[in-house]
Design a protein around this ligand. Structure first.
Ligand code: ACO
Length: 434
């Protein structure tokens, strides 16, 4: 147990007329927890917590969220301060190492990322093997998993090798992402270049071509860098929990990160920003003002949800959405940029924030509501949105993996269940079955 955790008076649980004493703790930000690690062995009971909404699966010192108050901090620093003053590479360093770097450390980290950006030349053949139109998330997951075959991990992982693997993943995810886009549009791959910084390098690999230089627009570079900062970590979300689950088996880190990418792909997690744009395009095509869509989202039988609204943890506002909304307004108000979807998004937000269905369920715009519009304004195609999220989340996933494997002990993640299937029955020969 972490030495900063304070022990409170034990909780008393009465089961079948017997009292059990359960240890209770309070974390550094006042989160209270009941320790049930011995519950089953002492009482024969397990807890039932579908979706783990009330389960603290680990102790962590990386990110703090207070969903009720709309607080998000990386290593203690408020997201608003990082968004205002920092860059993605610095935030990645912070998440991975625990403190903000001094200028030498930042320079060294940046150079290391830059030098690690090229993927093994033989991996390029893989890109030609994917069918045209393959979803870039499928390509990303495959390529990250295959890094393990090109850069095998030694049985005894020393610090220098681990640092190199982490740099590879943070840097190469961006190269693989850009290559998967180039593959999907049938253009030649553009290699990373030492002359660009992290985000500019990515945009150049995405949009330059042998017949076309790409003019970096500082507003777009800033907006994408901001997007990456805001997505860099979010404590025990679905993909990070998947990383920790896979990591707890001591699988190699490339496989572990692939588990995170797979979980991120879903429309209720990282795929939501893509779904937001689809929703806005549909409303635009139908010519409505969004009221009809909102009515459908309120009707459970329709199977629709207002994408970009609601969050498992934030029940007041999503601080990331507030930062992004400002950037969205700035980017989309630039001369020459005119996206009719922004007006639809604003209208949907206005209607939903006055509607009792959304108010009573505490459903507010989440980070995805505006991020899709920013990515669109930057020229990122919709099917790359979740890939951009994965680039941003990479330092967070790696920080959690590191925290876990370097902890006191790695306990394999293995939840229990309440079995509700058939009770014992015996095998019948096929001729006797009805
Ligand atoms: N539109 C309409 N109704 C909604 C929405 C929505 N976007 N989100 C939740 N609800 C309703 C549910 O139907 C439910 O109603 P009920 O109480 O009458 O049954 C209630 O609000 C609670 O919903 P849950 O699904 O239990 O809430 P939960 O906290 O588990 O889910 C989630 C959070 C998955 C994000 C959900 O709000 C959702 O599906 N939103 C749309 C998808 C989205 O934007 N995802 C991105 C999340 S942010 C991220 O991953 C970076």
């Amino acid at each position: 147990m972490n030495e900063n955790i304070k022990v409170l008076a034990p909780a008393i649980l009465t089961l079948e007329d017997k009292d059990y004493s359960l240890p209770t703790y309070i974390g550094v930000e006042g989160e209270k927890a009941i320790d049930i690690t011995k519950l089953r062995s002492q009482t024969g009971y397990v807890t039932l917590d579908d979706g783990y909404g009330n389960t603290g699966a680990c102790e962590s010192a990386i990110t703090y969220i207070d969903g009720e108050k709309g607080i998000l901090r990386y290593r203690g620093y408020p997201i608003e301060e990082l968004a205002a003053h920092s860059r993605f590479v610095e935030v990645a360093y912070l998440l991975l190492n625990g403190d903000l770097p001094n200028s030498d450390q930042l320079k060294h980290f940046s150079t290391h990322l830059n030098q690690s950006s090229i993927i093994h030349e033989d991996m390029h053949h893989f890109f030609s093997g994917f069918p045209r139109g393959s979803h870039p998330m499928g390509i990303l997951a495959t390529m990250v998993a295959s890094l393990s075959t090109f850069y095998p991990i030694p049985e005894e992982l020393d610090e220098a090798t681990e640092t190199q693997i982490v740099a590879n993943l943070v840097s190469q995810v961006r190269t693989i992402a850009a290559f998967s886009y180039k593959k999907s549009i049938g253009e030649p791959l553009v290699y990373p270049s030492i002359k660009y910084k992290y985000t500019s390098n990515f945009l150049n690999m995405m949009f330059a071509s042998p017949v076309r230089d790409y003019q970096l627009d500082p507003d777009i570079v800033d907006a994408i860098d901001m997007f990456l900062i805001l997505h860099a970590d979010h404590e025990q979300n679905c993909s990070t929990s998947s990383v920790r689950t896979a990591g707890s088996s001591l699988a190699n880190v490339y496989a572990v990160i692939t588990a995170g990418i797979a979980a991120l792909w879903g429309p209720r997690h990282g795929g939501a920003n893509q779904e937001v744009i689809k929703m806005l395009e549909q409303i635009h095509a139908e010519g409505g003002d969004g009221t009809e869509f909102i009515n459908q989202a309120k009707d459970k039988d329709s199977g629709r949800r207002l994408m970009g609204f609601g969050h498992r943890v934030y029940k007041n506002f999503d601080p990331r959405a507030q930062v992004l909304k400002q950037h969205c307004d700035k980017l989309l108000n630039k001369p020459g940029v005119n996206d009719p979807l922004l007006d639809i998004a604003r209208r949907l937000e206005e209607i939903a924030l006055k509607d009792d269905y959304f108010i009573s369920r505490k459903l507010y715009p989440n980070v995805d509501f505006y991020s899709g519009l920013i990515l669109r304004a930057a020229g990122i195609p919709t099917n790359m949105f979740t890939v951009l999220f994965a680039i941003g989340r990479m330092p967070g996933w790696l920080a959690h993996w590191r925290e876990m494997v370097h902890g006191d002990q790695v306990t394999i993640y293995r939840p229990r269940q309440i079995y509700m299937g058939e009770t014992l029955r015996h095998y019948q020969d096929i001729t006797q079955r009805t």
